[in-house]
Ligand binder design. Structure first.
Ligand SMILES: *Cc1c(COP(=O)(O)O)cnc(C)c1O
Length: 398
């Protein structure tokens, strides 16, 4: 809940979505039609996404976690297989690897870009390695040429966690078109949302067919295909699948989010540039500028707040923002620092020094494209206010 504020200024919630009147009307249309499950609107949303990304198959599911899980399952990943990924991600990345029975192998991220380093991936490859799952953290695409070459050289499957990276591209190649399968999220805070939702993008017919079947119990035909055709069609079960299908009520929202994707990206890029300029003289760490040949999806604007330089720790900094009516986020506390994985795999903070360093210092500021100019200035004023004056002077002369 938003705390009550002294003045008339509303609390700036981190990652608030915007739902257009057209999306609301589309949801109402689904409700009135009586077809609220998986149906024509999911099919339409999938077509729109396949065209936007430039992929042959876009299979909508109910989360990116499901998309990751099904992508791994559809490639036959299971017990005994090692999957290389980064600790600087949301637990969903690791959980999907565990759910298919495989073993996650973490390699540290770079401290400046925060994303996985291709050379570190190569060093972690063993005889059991079967797949690589890079994460395009904050919308910064990983070096997909280098990672693709490593995958090809070692015969590995490449599935990327593109939850933050719907708009991203690496050297002119759209994220979603590189590798064996790409997984996107339409969770509330993501660049576009369906409330909950996810997507597997792939050019592989077999993978698309398996993901679709696995997303609905392993049935050969979904309900929509079974009843909307000329007559009832019997289904057959060929694999024990899951219940991961997206519904038309969710797709109804997405159909009216995707058309805004470019406009919202350019608005986030403008806020990003304003933050960069405003924090120039502050002793906080700014996001690494993306390579000129890439498209950064601008999902998260994350600072690093180092107590030695800033005179305030990250958690106190967040508290200071909160008291000034500004929500913030932590992306992320490295997965190697969470109890379950620590106890199961024996990971220690020192095993992934960059991820540990970032975990203690990272803080993401509001970057919603719906922030007004005045709200962006309020965020900036709050950040300036929270960093102690002495540190500010030191930063200005540094
Ligand atoms: C949000 C997110 C996920 C999970 O997405 P859901 O759609 O909520 O399952 C996975 N990976 C990353 C990096 C995320 O940010």
């Amino acid at each position: 809940m938003s705390p009550s504020r002294g003045g008339s200024e509303a609390y700036i919630v981190f990652g608030a979505p915007r739902i257009s009147e057209s999306a609301i009307a589309e949801v109402v249309d689904s409700l009135r039609s009586g077809w609220i499950g998986t149906g024509p609107k999911v099919a339409r949303f999938e077509e729109m996404l396949a065209e936007y990304l430039g992929v042959k198959h876009a299979v909508a599911v109910n989360s990116c976690t499901a998309a990751l899980h099904l992508s791994l399952v559809a490639h036959g990943l299971g017990p005994g297989d090692e999957v290389i990924t980064t600790p600087m991600t949301f637990p969903a990345t690791i959980n999907s690897i565990l759910h298919c029975g495989a073993t996650p192998v973490l390699v540290d991220c770079a401290r400046d870009t925060r994303i996985i380093e291709p050379t570190a991936i190569e060093r972690a490859i063993t005889r059991r390695t079967r797949a690589i799952v890079p994460v395009h953290l904050a919308g910064q695409p990983c070096d997909m040429d280098a990672i693709e070459r490593i995958a090809a050289r070692h015969g590995l499957i490449l599935i990327d966690d593109a939850a933050h990276a719907l708009e991203a591209a690496w050297k002119g190649r759209k994220i979603g078109t590189v590798g064996n399968a790409s997984c996107f999220s339409f969770y509330v805070t993501k660049n576009i949302t369906t409330g909950e939702g996810g997507l597997v993008a792939t050019d592989d017919d077999g993978v698309a067919r398996r993901v679709r079947a696995y997303s609905l119990h392993g049935l050969s035909h979904g309900a929509w295909q079974r009843y909307s055709a000329k007559g009832p069609v019997a289904y057959d079960v060929t694999v024990p699948g899951y219940k991961y299908n997206m519904t038309d009520v969710q797709a109804a929202i997405g159909i009216h989010q995707l058309p805004f994707v470019a406009e919202w990206l350019s608005r986030r890029a403008a806020i990003w540039a304003r933050y960069d300029a405003a924090f120039e003289s502050l002793p906080v760490g700014k996001p690494n500028p993306p390579p000129a040949h890439s498209v950064h999806a601008r999902h998260l604007y994350s600072l690093t707040v180092d107590e030695e330089k800033c005179g305030i720790g990250r958690d106190a900094f967040r508290q200071g923002l909160h008291e000034r009516g500004i929500g913030s986020g932590v992306h992320y506390t490295g997965v190697h620092l969470h109890t379950y994985y620590r106890e199961r795999f024996g990971w220690k903070p020192a095993d992934f020094p960059n991820a540990t360093w970032l975990s203690e210092r990272t803080v993401s500021l509001p970057l919603s494209p719906h922030l007004t100019k005045a709200e962006v200035e309020r965020v900036i004023a709050a950040v300036r206010d929270v960093v102690p004056a002495g540190a500010k002077a030191a930063g200005a002369t540094a």
